[in-house]
Design a protein around this ligand. Sequence first.
Ligand SMILES: *Cc1c(COP(=O)(O)O)cnc(C)c1O
Length: 349
Amino acid sequence: MSIEPPTTTKDIRAAIAKIPRVSLACLPTPLQEAKQLSKALGGPRIFVKRDDLTGVAFGGNKTRNLEFRLAAARASAADTIVMELDQQSNSARQTVGCCNRLGKKTILILEGSEPECIQGNLLVDHLLGAEVRFASSRSEQRRMSREAVAKERAAGRAPCLLNDIPMFDEGSAIAYLECACEIVEALEAQGLVPDCIYMSSSGKGQAGLILAQQLLAGFQVRGITATSEFDIPPRGAEIANRAARTLGLDVSVSPVQIINDDSFVGEKYGIPSEAGNDAVRLFARTEGIVLDPVYTGKAAAGMIEHIRRGDFGSKDIVVFVHTGGTPAIFAYNHLWLECQIEKKGGKTP
Ligand SMILES: *Cc1c(COP(=O)(O)O)cnc(C)c1O
């Protein structure tokens, strides 16, 4: 049965409830008003959706989609999860944490050579007890993950290569459709409605916010990407439509409806930008909220620029989704210490 838009968060939640899922995240995450940040910017009312507090190993947005992806892995009775990712991957960290909670072993095949200093997400991966291996190239990474799967199987275990579970895109969209419901419900309880929701996304999570926008009507969604790897509007629309079909929701999204700004990537993915780092400092110093320099700092830089150029009135309600990534700050420690240490006549580490 399909649901005609406009609908309610209750209808959407009922559709999501039909999807196989394991409970991993602490939901709903808090929605906090950022009054000092708003004051500092002379801007609209700003609310931060604290998805950095999803509750597993420093939290983040991936814990939400892992509830769907690991349900699919569990259906195949896997006891070992193999994952191909990057060295400072938030996704890797959250996957290992979630697998620990489900009693599964994790093998991470990470691209790049082993760094001298093990910091940030990689440090947490080790702490969580993942088996970590390094691959010199993408093709080597593929080969090594196939080999790991074959070896585990030969040892009598039941491995699953999580990259091959097709729920990553759709799981993220469904997860962020639900996150949008949480935002709308939390504001509704205060007699408010959102005008605009900002989120760092290369399409997957944003697809869910767009579905919510279509189904609930009213608010704008502005994605800001941390990578130039994708043509996001068609990718986001395709993921949104696939998720809508899975959920039996009668709604369709076209690429022109997806607003995603790629002008805050800076040099490239994984390289912090000045505007992004300024945003990290501003959130920290006004709200005590720690963003990260790879994703959320750059997204916040976009929101800040839009507020400063006057996109919003003082009564508008702007929501910033903090997608997590916090442990990455430790891998970029020099960025935060430089000026302070120089002032004291010390050395930059
Ligand atoms: C992975 C990640 C994103 C991007 O999520 P999408 O799936 O592209 O929507 C944003 N922020 C952080 C911190 C992430 O780890």
